[in-house]
Design a protein around this ligand. Sequence first.
Ligand code: FMN
Length: 189
Amino acid sequence: MEFGEVLKTRRSIRKFTQQQIPDGELTELVDFARYAPAAANIQPLKYAVVSGKNACAKIFPHTKWAKLLAERGTPAPGEEPTAYIIVMSDIHKRMNSEADAAFAIENIVLAAWEKGIGSCILGSINREQIAQIINMPDGYEINYAVALGYPKQQSFAEEAAQSVAYYMDDNGDVHVPKRKLDEIMYFVD
Ligand SMILES: Cc1cc2nc3c(=O)[nH]c(=O)nc-3n(C[C@H](O)[C@H](O)[C@H](O)COP(=O)(O)O)c2cc1C
């Protein structure tokens, strides 16, 4: 896929086939994250890759999905993520770690999409519970979880008219209005 197409067609996916993602692919996603920009190049991030069925089943109850789609946005039984990458940061190196996590996560979700893997960044998570499940090292805190799996759902960006609220149509496809370019940018001569 051409790079611009990856950028424009990646959407949050919240329903997944149960085909496992090979561990090598997950490792490669973290490797891509490693090359992301990092403030002062301090690199405070660490990644827990959750790929086992049992561990994924333990994480799922501590996640929340697509508030705007109500229960239709949550993966039904048999549609759950088959892997998670939990992004953590060193609490002693907090300055800009949120931004660092965001850049790293962008590498993960774009590289995943290019491989045909769907993803959803999860901020609405029970960090305390997930920290226990992943045996989080001392001195770290969880920034976000990235849910991953092969897509069992389609989602399309569209030009926003009035509302930017994403919605699901009768086919179960998701539509994500993006603000128009002329609304969000201007040139300074
Ligand atoms: C920081 C952040 C936190 C998010 N947290 C959640 C979440 O907890 N649950 C969820 O279903 N989606 C979550 N999302 C996904 C957004 O809802 C999604 O990116 C947005 O609706 C735009 O859709 P798109 O990713 O398909 O372009 C999060 C996204 C970001 C950037």
